[in-house]
Design a protein around this ligand. Sequence first.
Ligand SMILES: C[S@@+](CC[C@H](N)C(=O)[O-])C[C@H]1O[C@@H](n2cnc3c(N)ncnc32)[C@H](O)[C@@H]1O
Length: 435
Amino acid sequence: MSFRSSSPRPNLVPSTRKTYKAPFVRAAFGYLDPEVGSVDYRYGSGPDEVDIFFKAKKPWSKVKDKIVGDYVRCYLKTVQHLERQILIVDGFAGPGRFGDNTPGSPIIICDAISATAKGKVGIGCFFADTHPGHRAALESALADYIKRGVTKKAYDDCAEALTRALEVGTKATLFFYLDPYGIKDLEFEMVKQIYERDPRRSTEVLINFNFRTFMRMSGNWGYGDSASEVSRKVKAGKVDTVNRVMGGDYWQGIVTDPSLDKIAREDAVVNAYMDRVRRFFPFVYAIPVCERNESEYAVPTDELARYHLIFGTRSRRAVVYMNDVALNALAPYLNQFKDGLLFDMTPERRQPAPREQVKAEIVEAVSARPLKRPDIFEIVIPKFFIQYPVKEYRQMINELAFGEGRLHPDRSTMKRKAQLNDDTPLSANPWSGAA
Ligand SMILES: C[S@@+](CC[C@H](N)C(=O)[O-])C[C@H]1O[C@@H](n2cnc3c(N)ncnc32)[C@H](O)[C@@H]1O
């Protein structure tokens, strides 16, 4: 990989095995006081200040951080085996740390690199932020990583970082995290460059898509508005900008469809956007991040998501990893519909498919030829994304093999009578010669 331009670029030096210890964070406009545990930025709208948004992390942002952190760890553990340089791009980086001293995505990503780097391949990051105050704060927050060559000064703009990563990383393994404030900076043509990358290279993307901003920008229509009222408002909205973000005007027919209520509209818009991305990536999913009802007495209800994380990949294994990472992060939200309640009140659209349906898919998967458990996961989980964790699939396979006799394990590969392992081939038919 060659670096020709004068833009900031990471060394992509092989990382050390040493565990990273959090540095004493010196913010651009203040410092981290270990006693108080807060970052003393000057907040405001000036170019040398940090947006008030970063004063304290919102509860729903914690879910996205957990998903990014856990997934990047899983991702790095796996893609290092490809033995190609790895480049992670955080196109909307922010200042690196929140005022309540919680880490922002750049630190979460760099910490994940430190925790998983095996030293066999170079791992680097590109960060970008349009706000000079954020870039200055970020440089300070990442000083230790900059010193170690994991990253360099941030780019001024997401589009620049993205284009540069695609240029210098033609053969690299690339992961893009795009987390803008709203949607206007997510122009489809810009993001499309990622999708159009050489399909032989590993490319993944995680995008924060904010449906509430989408609603605002497309005319600020309300849930109670009739379809004709929505139509009128859409015309007065920022239609051109929304078209550019969505990659077409197909969304207009959805939001003005009188048969859809607010929840159905949200699903339909997000699904249509994913269909657009699916033209490039075989596996595209939305992870809805909703606000949890904190009141002990309120009955939990289905609400619009705060945002959706749109995950795109060409790898079935990545889908399996993200399935468990996302389910784990969404558990506090999903459990509120069950825990301590007399009945399961999970909204219909969040209900997992019936176990029997999943089991039928598992049996179908092995009907052509025997498969091992990890292969079954990679075939079946993409069909039921974020419905069951891997451990539940193991349980279903056990039931099929030992309780129902619908799967037949090759017992010669098993150490114990009723214990499958990942090397046990499973068939839909009995093995010849088996007792
Ligand atoms: C939601 S915040 C990102 C938060 C960050 N991911 C974190 O976890 O701490 C969005 C950031 O994008 C920056 N931004 C806005 N437009 C941008 C653009 N076109 N390119 C790069 N950054 C941009 C803003 O200044 C802001 O810091």
